[in-house]
Ligand binder design. Structure first.
Ligand code: GDP
Length: 140
């Protein structure tokens, strides 16, 4: 299995509750290495561009407001099959449907305030890493 990179965000509901360390522990326990990490306050423009694929969805405005409501931690994760591995440890979008032991099952507050983002494909991972880490050190 090839070593791969994926993009992750620890969302405002989690940073507000001081869960960055607990979430990172779960990522590392899943075999993912945090090879770049930065805490930022996302701008409305960044949120709207990042979630552009959801522009027509009824929750788009609310999602962008949520993502700009507090600090987020953007990350590059590296490991075997990292995209799929991260999606596994994240759990389902709606925490009510997330498997036991997943980040969203343990920490998410709602389908929107669900603690973490993770790229859904290797192609999107590349795009999302470039969006937040262009010009930054990523040290594998
Ligand atoms: P993900 O890949 O599991 O994060 O899920 P999606 O790509 O489908 O959705 C992106 C993000 O939009 C989710 O992580 C949630 O924060 C939010 N979201 C998804 N579905 C809903 C919904 O039905 N209502 C609201 N309010 N937010 C949603």
């Amino acid at each position: 299995m090839a070593i791969e990179r994926t993009f992750s965000i620890i969302k405002p509901d989690a940073t507000r509750r001081n869960l960055t360390g607990q979430i990172n522990t779960k990522l590392e326990a899943a075999g993912l290495r945090i090879v770049a990490q930065r805490r930022i306050r996302m701008s409305r423009e960044q949120a709207e561009a990042f979630y552009g694929v959801h522009r027509e969805r009824p929750f788009f405005g609310s999602l962008c407001s949520f993502m700009t409501s507090g600090p987020v931690v953007v990350q590059v994760l590296e490991g075997e099959n990292a995209v799929a591995r991260n999606r596994e440890v994240m759990g389902a979008t709606n925490p009510a449907n997330a498997a036991a032991g997943t980040i969203r099952k343990e920490f998410a507050e709602s389908i929107e305030a669900n603690s973490v983002h993770g790229s859904d494909s290797a192609e999107n991972a590349q795009i999302e890493i470039a969006f937040f880490f262009a010009g930054c050190d990523v040290v594998g």
